[in-house]
Design a protein around this ligand. Structure first.
Ligand code: MN
Length: 249
């Protein structure tokens, strides 16, 4: 009897090798939907902004929702793009995020990056309008100890406004990001890059929390003690928080 079960199980499992790869894509897409919902719930993607993930089996592709408020994104809304941000299969959708080039061009420039968030979170933007740099004030923000560059759309002319709605601006923004995890976009928003979806979500939330704390201290007129170079970041992968955020959905 056990032998029969074993044989049947082998026959079922063997052809599933290809399916297992499919399952991995499916789980990544599921996580991408979760990332949209989590960032919407946390106020990081309130109607605008987007999050993407690189294809787990083909580094020359990535997944991103069609043009939709992140809170409303479901599995059916996820579209596969090449790194020129052209949909592989538009699935009948005609409207895509105008700023999808942010994602494609960063994936091209940064093989280490597996997930990207672009958002307009207000407290973070406030550091892209003035002279005070956004700096880490608590240990979980250690990921941007090396500083956050500020990218200015004016460097690309103002005819098209602030949006990164073509490949050239996307490339310019990727140059602005360089090898960092975050780039601020003057008078617009921020881009966060990471090696996983949990990390890019955790970093996006942490950035807003840090900006709030720093803003409060600046408003009090405090002399701020910033995090120092030699301090270690705890929970930098954000896996524990990710499991909690997912369960709350
Ligand atoms: Mn934007």
């Amino acid at each position: 009897m056990r032998l029969i079960i074993l044989v049947v199980a082998s026959v079922i499992c063997f052809p599933l090798t290809g399916f297992a790869q499919g399952a991995s894509v499916a789980s990544v897409i599921e996580d991408l939907v979760a990332a949209n919902r989590i960032l919407a719930a946390e106020g990081i993607l309130p109607g605008y902004g987007h999050v993407s993930v690189r294809h787990p089996e083909d580094p020359s592709r990535y997944f991103l929702s069609r043009s939709l408020a992140p809170e409303l994104v479901t599995i059916d809304d996820i579209v596969e793009f090449d790194l020129d941000s052209v949909p592989i299969d538009p699935k009948g959708f005609s409207l895509f995020y105008l700023e999808r080039f942010i994602h494609g061009e960063i994936y091209k420039a940064r093989p280490d990056v597996q997930a990207v968030v672009h958002n307009h979170s207000p407290k973070v933007i406030s550091f892209g309008i003035g002279s005070t740099p956004l700096r880490p004030v608590f240990h979980q923000a250690a990921f941007f100890l090396d500083g956050i560059p500020v990218w200015d759309y004016r460097d690309f002319g103002t005819a098209g406004g602030v949006l990164v709605d073509n490949p050239e601006r996307g490339r310019g923004l990727a140059v602005g990001l360089a090898d960092r995890p975050v780039v601020l976009m003057r008078n617009h928003g921020v881009v966060v890059a990471a090696s996983s979806l949990p990390m890019v979500v955790g970093r996006s939330i942490t950035l807003e929390v840090n900006a709030e704390m720093q803003n409060q201290a600046l408003a009090r007129g405090d002399e701020i003690i910033y995090l120092e170079q030699d301090e270690e970041s705890l929970g930098s992968s954000f896996e524990r928080a990710w499991n909690l955020w997912k369960r709350r959905l």
